[in-house]
Design a protein around this ligand. Structure first.
Ligand SMILES: [Zn+2]
Length: 139
């Protein structure tokens, strides 16, 4: 194994996009825009975006998701991280619920105490290096 980190849990490697759809998602993320997808046929929305609707397999379109504050819905404290994240363990993976009801999973990176269900989470973007970008929660 080389020293290259192949996996970035909950993050995105911007030079490895496999589809134009995902490429577009990454380009938006680089501009600190989070995209969701919407099915033009039935209107179902997906966050993070899915290219194809789960209900009717229609091709979804990307739409900017603009909500930035969520409430902590649930979380897990990860003591044993995958190899690429061992230097960050233990860390907290949290599901935040936006006012619209949409939920998003991301790391909370600046917790100073135990998380509390219902606490406010702010969505933020994190450039890990030139090629890697992710989103995260701040408390
Ligand atoms: Zn649909």
């Amino acid at each position: 194994m080389s020293g290259e980190k192949k996996e970035l849990y909950l993050g995105y490697t911007t030079d490895k996009a496999v589809t134009p759809f995902f490429q577009k998602f990454l380009e938006a993320l680089e501009q600190e825009k989070l995209m969701m997808s919407r099915c033009p046929k039935c209107g179902t929305e997906y966050l993070p975006p899915r290219q194809h609707c789960q209900k009717d397999l229609e091709e979804c379109e990307l739409v900017e998701f603009t909500e930035r504050e969520a409430k902590l819905h649930s979380y897990v404290i990860v003591d044993f991280a995958p190899e690429s994240l061992t230097s960050r363990a233990p860390y907290v993976v949290a599901i935040g619920e936006f006012p619209s009801g949409k939920k998003l999973t991301a790391h909370i990176t600046n917790l100073m105490s135990m998380p509390e269900i219902g606490m406010t989470l702010k969505l933020a973007f994190d450039r890990i290096d030139e090629k890697k970008i992710t989103y995260k929660w701040l408390v």
